[in-house]
Design a binder for this molecule. Structure first.
Ligand SMILES: Cc1cc2nc3c(=O)[nH]c(=O)nc-3n(C[C@H](O)[C@H](O)[C@H](O)COP(=O)(O)O)c2cc1C
Length: 372
């Protein structure tokens, strides 16, 4: 079976962050995601049956405070992936793994387990560390930024070796040492499960190009030309190493019958019901010096993070959203991971109203389950 990530659809789709309370929207609006296993399983089954490619959890260990305590409740991502893999048939199911918080020997085996449970549909979203406050829970060393990527490089090298080695081996790295290392069973996928990484700094981008099959990019969204250049740069970095790398983004969606309805609802959940305390804490954790930003820039930044955790806005009618995705495809985007305020209700609407238009526009082929 071929992993859905590598099918021929020009714009691949997935759903992200539904293993976390409030998903990607920092709001107290009615219907905001309470995050139960029953809802996770129902959403995953619906998305899977519609033929989307990816189900992706966020790797998050504590919330951001405020009235929502945004992302306070989160299912751990390897165990989540195993459960989701068991209730779906088609989608690629990711775990988001913090390299410094999970030992490679444990990670290689957990990944192989999830790959068997899902019948060869597992993938890893490898993150090097973003939020210091999470690392403090583990008393884990918070390395200097670029050092974190050196650590992640050795981590993934060791995991890949564990996935492929047919003989026990000793490992003497800078960060990891061990004797007679061994992991069985191997993953179902050969040579290995796919790897995604969201590094965006120069070192993070080089890491992605060298070690990942897809980069999960946060587009700067200044204008189309600069976004196109940002994506082109990522793909060139990989091509220069003789590798192909897909480019995925996060898109937050408000789809309504009219553009006005969509914009009114966005304003409602972001401005009337947005959680300013949580987003303020998020800025602090990001190390954004809010007092040094122009008030208008700061407000725009906060708006964007309350609306969808800094993702790409897909706001309007089904036709307008498909036009936006055609532009994104022309810019080099290979896939979008979607989020909504009300995942279950709005994913259903997406499947019924947006996906047929994507097919008409040539962005996707109709889904035939037997085609895998
Ligand atoms: C869409 C997206 C999702 C991300 N998800 C996570 C996550 O779940 N957990 C995490 O610790 N970091 C996450 N990150 C952070 C990245 O791994 C990375 O640290 C960040 O983009 C900054 O890049 P840099 O590490 O190269 O400075 C995410 C980033 C993006 C753009």
């Amino acid at each position: 079976m071929t992993n859905a990530l590598f099918n021929a659809n020009r714009m691949k789709l997935g759903v992200m962050a539904f293993n976390c309370s409030h998903g990607s929207t920092v709001t107290t609006a009615d219907g905001a995601w309470p995050m139960t296993w029953e809802d996770n399983a129902a959403l995953a089954r619906m998305v899977d049956a519609a033929g989307m490619e990816v189900l992706l959890p966020v790797g998050r260990w504590k919330g951001y405070g405020g009235e929502t305590n945004f992302n306070n409740r989160t299912f751990e991502s390897f165990t989540w992936a195993s459960g989701i893999g068991a209730v779906t048939k088609h989608c690629t199911v990711f775990a988001t793994v913090h390299a410094p918080l999970v030992h490679p020997v444990a990670a290689a085996k957990m990944a192989a387990t999830a790959d068997h449970i899902s019948g060869g549909r597992f993938a890893i979203n490898l993150v090097a560390g973003w939020f210091k406050n999470e690392f403090e829970m583990f008393a884990a060393e918070w390395r200097e930024h670029d050092r974190r990527y050196e650590y992640a490089a050795e981590w993934i090298e060791l995991v890949k070796h564990l996935w492929s080695a047919e003989e026990a081996f000793d490992f003497n790295g800078e960060f990891f040492q061990g004797k007679a290392l061994w992991s069985q069973p191997k993953p179902v996928q050969s040579p290995r499960p796919p790897i995604m990484n969201a590094g965006s700094s120069p070192v993070g981008q080089s890491f992605s190009a060298e070690h990942a099959d897809m980069n999960f990019v946060m587009l700067r969204q200044k204008d189309e030309d600069s976004d196109t250049a940002q994506i082109g740069h990522l793909k060139t970095l990989a091509a220069d190493l003789g590798r192909a790398s897909q480019c995925w983004i996060h898109g937050y969606v408000v789809c309504r019958e009219t553009e006005k309805e969509a914009r009114d609802y966005l304003e409602h959940y972001v401005v009337e019901r947005g959680d300013d305390v949580a987003v303020g804490n998020m800025l602090d954790i990001f190390g954004v010096q809010s007092e040094t930003l122009e008030p208008a820039v700061l407000e725009a930044f906060k708006y964007h993070f309350k609306a969808g955790h800094g993702g790409y806005p897909l706001i309007g009618t089904p036709a307008q959203i498909v036009e936006a995705m055609q532009r994104l495809s022309a810019m080099g985007v290979d896939g979008i991971l979607l989020s909504w305020v009300d995942y279950l209700g709005e994913a259903k609407q997406w499947i019924e109203q947006v996906m047929p238009l994507m097919e008409q526009a040539g962005l996707r082929a109709p889904f035939r389950p037997s085609a895998g």
